[in-house]
Ligand binder design. Sequence first.
Ligand SMILES: *Cc1c(COP(=O)(O)O)cnc(C)c1O
Length: 461
Amino acid sequence: MDKRVILRSIPNMNELLEDEKIHKFQEQLGSEQLKKVIRNVLEQVRSEIIEEKTESVPDEKYLKERIRKQLEKLTEPDMKKVINATGTILHTNLGRAPISKEHIRQLLYMVSGYSNLEYDLEEGHRGERYSHFDELLCRLTGAEAAMAVNNNAAAVLLMLSALGREKEAIVSRGELVEIGGKFRIPDVMEQSGTILKEVGTTNKTHLEDYEKAISEETGMILKVHTSNYQIVGFTESVEMEHLALLGKKYGIPVLADLGSGVLLPMEAYGLPHEPTVQEMIQAGADLVSFSGDKLLGGPQAGMIVGRKKYMNILKKHPLTRALRIDKFTAAALELTLREYLNPENALRNLPALKMIAKTAEDTRKDANTLRQMLQEKKMPFEVSVEPCESQVGGGAFPTEHLQGYGVVLTSRQKKCQDIIDAMEHLPVPVICRCQKDQIILDVRTLEKEDMDMIVKELELL
Ligand SMILES: *Cc1c(COP(=O)(O)O)cnc(C)c1O
């Protein structure tokens, strides 16, 4: 067919705008953006015809469908809920610690209008945004003072910048950590203007290594928790207790970047001992920093707890303003920390802790429930329950696994990776993994409503 005839047969803007399913986007997009999308698709179609990718008159239905798809993409939120069936609880790519629905409900009420974020209602004047949780943090950790910034990386940067600028910070060679996302202790030191003074060796550092490094130039001793790796075998590091005494002897602040920041002992869940924030304070650390969305199970934030005299220096530092937390975080942190007043509430109401605390038997029950629900529908899979191992994630307990059960899907027709891809493209994407060439849905990270959704959605596959 003659190209000009084909080109002329394409519906024009006005005809397309009259289509009900296209027109309904006008409200959300306004006519300018709406026309822009249509024009764009029309141009694409025209150039396809000219470049001879299309030989015939484009089907009108197909054209409208193509426009609608573009419009949907533009109007739907790009960030969406996903179902985490990987079993990795603090999955950094999936937003780390999940926040409970009840907390979100309360949080919405607090932040949707105005709040006393920085207003002291009792005194009737300006207040501090930390005031809503600093006493709680002190009560829970035994520290004298507390504050919070954007994340733990920010907390470490602030501590170093405020206390170590143009001075030396003594760090063990075994603790020069790189965590994900380009956060390396030596780089953060450089950024903060602190001079790194490495001591000891990769596997062994002794108290006297620290003491020998102390000079007029020393600004601090920093202990970094090696949260995401383990040096095994012939190793030695110096406990906070001894470092704190050393710091005291020479009048040097001793700081700890604890990473995860647990407030409850994790041994009860088959995990090795992870130093708690309270233990660090008890041992004499002057300042301790830790994350809000790792094992604490709250929003992204970086907590700093410790001695008042150092906290006051941090609070006055210009970086504090740049790194400050927002009102959502302040509200969510308060709600999270309040749960810890009674540890049973923390374990019941903070989703991440609840998932860690699930026993193998709990997960077996859940896996059986999901298996049954799936078997009641006609699915193109064979469904069974099998043991699997979950991970805490977020760089915590890198070598440990939580034993549990998951639902295994086996398909004769489809390859594992193809099913994973298809599940990631569902309306509520399901993220899962392959185990021995089979799909495994680890129920440890699933809520009851996630299971309902999985059953509903797998029918679409
Ligand atoms: C995770 C971690 C950090 C960074 O914490 P974010 O809250 O992710 O910024 C810093 N130090 C250590 C040791 C960590 O494990």
